[in-house]
Write a protein that binds this ligand. Structure first.
Ligand SMILES: [Zn+2]
Length: 205
């Protein structure tokens, strides 16, 4: 009985290792392919399998959460009412490549310069008049002005900037038709709940 269990455990371990290798090499190829705009245009993924991460995401902190540290609210020191985005990690441990959930254009990328967000990417999705931001990244795979398709590998989850551990902090902000942020003084830097967007619910709050 024990031998069978050991065999299954070993098999699972090898399978997981193999899958991770496959996704990592696929991600590298995609990262390189993006240097050619044509290939990034023609590339698409099944949305559900690559929802932010291969295999989906697990939430570690919700939008609007009023985090307390030593009995003191954490966010008011940044002029915020609460958590201005959504914190997530991959559902399957170790799959750190991040895939954009919708078509868009890269507005900017920023390498950590001491600010709280660390390495970050800002995308604009004109079809929704929304901006999405990806923060605390390890690697950035896209460049400013580059168009991206839903499912494009844009970067890798990391631990840069002000964090309490490796995770992806994602912001969603409404824009006008020029891609300029709206409602910046709503207490969340214009942020709305990213889940409304990620899960395809009505985001018109
Ligand atoms: Zn966060």
């Amino acid at each position: 009985m024990n031998t069978i269990r050991q065999f299954i455990m070993k098999f699972k371990k090898y399978l997981n290792h193999f899958l991770r290798m496959l996704v990592t090499s696929l991600s590298t190829i995609i990262c390189e392919e993006q240097k050619s705009k044509e290939s990034s245009k023609s590339f698409d993924y099944p949305h559900l399998i690559f929802k932010l991460f291969f295999g989906g995401y697990r939430i570690t902190q919700l939008f609007g959460n009023k985090l307390r540290i030593n009995g003191k609210e954490y966010y008011p020191q940044f002029g915020l009412k609460g958590h201005e985005g959504l914190d997530v990690v991959p559902k399957i441990k170790g799959y750190k490549a991040i895939y954009t959930p919708a078509d868009g254009i890269v507005l900017m990328t920023r390498v950590s310069d001491g600010r709280a967000y660390g390495h970050m990417i800002r995308l604009w999705h004109p079809q929704y008049n929304l901006i999405t931001e990806y923060c605390h990244l390890d690697k950035i795979c896209v460049a400013a002005k580059e168009p991206v398709r839903k499912g494009t590998h844009i970067g890798t989850m990391g631990n840069t900037g002000s964090t309490f551990g490796t995770h992806l902090h994602m912001n969603v902000i409404k824009t006008n038709d020029k891609g300029e942020k709206l409602n910046k003084k709503n207490g969340y830097l214009g942020g709305i709940d990213p889940l409304l967007f990620l899960e395809g619910r009505d985001y018109q709050i």
